[in-house]
Design a binder for this molecule. Structure first.
Ligand code: ZN
Length: 369
């Protein structure tokens, strides 16, 4: 059976990069150690990331919007305090379900990678703010928030104008994802999966900054499937797909996808346009890396982050050349990683059980980070 599955899925599109920013700091500079030995010379403080000022302006605009009684927005906070969901009156049910789904997703990250508090290291200082998810079922409120963001940060206006006719957008440095759920065109979309999937993108950004699209999507689908038992919100799924495919990602289709996509092809998969085999291969890589080689996965993401952090003037638009991505993966996992990846998928184990997420205040820096 075929089903039409229109968007309210992945909102990974990025606004254009800032045209100018503070002077760049080379990533080769010594990093600040999280815990220094007594008597050690103090390390230079990391500088604020160039996108932080903009993130603060956007966050302030969101607060102002939420405080405007005319907008009649209701805020729900997760138990952990790591996530807030703001919903208009027609999105109340989706917000409650979404909050539970997001807590499960963040729990998966903690189980797989350990709790994370930043900034522990890295070239740039980024504020650790809660993830903000905003749900609208009324277009008026959706457009009003877009206008508020554009007024706060005129540089983003062309991008924000372009998403007015869409189903949502994400502003990564501010950790904000906004959805407009229009039941007229999104008959089969699952708002709880969409919210959870995009919370996975925001959490990856919180931990590692930007990552190449194939990796970001592989991780988001892996965590969505582990937390919720199915994949509904993979990216650019605006065509026809088999309705039965949602619950069968942890199975032969993903193992077969790796036969088509070796590492060399996977790092070249731009995900535009969406390809179901490429999506399954990216998912298969992420499941293996997260569940079986988490320390190497963190090493890989940190080396990717160092490359992005060397090009902050390009925001998330910077692209790491495919051959470099492959080399970074081989450095982190070892040159024989594909042998282990394939043998993992000969008989993939069941998904690990999720635990409740760790409150932000109690997080410790990762031992592996
Ligand atoms: Zn996505």
């Amino acid at each position: 059976m075929l089903a039409s599955l229109l968007a309210l899925c992945c909102l990974l599109a990025l606004p254009a990069a800032p045209v100018s920013g503070p002077s760049l700091r080379a990533v080769q500079e010594p990093e600040t150690a999280p815990d220094q030995a007594p008597g050690a010379a103090p390390a230079a403080s990391p500088k604020e990331h160039p996108q932080e000022r903009e993130a603060r302006a956007i966050a302030a605009a969101l607060e102002e919007f939420l405080g405007d009684k005319k907008q009649r927005m209701k805020t729900r906070k997760s138990k952990s305090g790591r996530v807030r969901i703001h919903a208009d009156s027609r999105s109340s049910g989706a917000a409650s379900k979404g909050l539970k789904a997001v807590d499960k997703v963040l729990g998966e990250f903690d189980v797989l990678l350990g709790a994370h508090r930043q900034p522990a290291d890295g070239a740039w200082l980024r504020e650790d703010r809660p993830l903000e998810l905003v749900l609208f079922a009324r277009s008026k409120g959706y457009v009003a928030l877009i206008d508020a963001f554009a007024a706060a940060e005129p540089r983003l206006k062309p991008y924000l104008d372009s998403v007015k006719s869409g189903t949502g957008f994400t502003l990564y440095p501010a950790r904000i994802a906004v959805y407009f759920h229009d039941p007229k065109v999104q008959q089969e979309a699952r708002p709880d999966h969409s919210v959870a999937h995009n919370a996975a993108h925001l959490e990856m950004y919180r931990r590692f900054g930007f990552t190449p699209l194939w990796l970001a999507e592989g991780v988001a689908t892996a965590v969505e499937e582990q937390a919720l038992g199915a994949v509904y919100a993979n990216w650019y799924r605006d065509g026809f797909v088999y309705a039965t495919s949602h619950g069968e990602w942890r199975g032969p289709a993903s193992a077969r996808a790796l036969q088509d996509y070796d590492l060399k092809r996977l790092v070249r998969y731009s995900a535009r346009p969406y390809d179901d085999v490429g999506a399954h291969a990216a998912y298969a890589f992420a499941v293996w890396a997260l569940e079986s080689e988490a320390a190497s996965f963190v090493k890989f993401c940190r080396s990717v982050q160092a490359r992005y952090d060397a090009h902050p003037e390009q925001g998330g638009q910077y692209q790491i050349p495919a051959q470099d991505q492959q080399a970074l993966a081989e450095q982190a996992f070892g040159a024989d990683l594909e042998t282990r990846l394939h043998s993992f998928w000969l008989k993939p184990p069941k998904a690990p059980r999720s635990k409740a997420p760790v409150p932000l205040a109690q997080n410790k820096p990762q031992a592996t980070g």
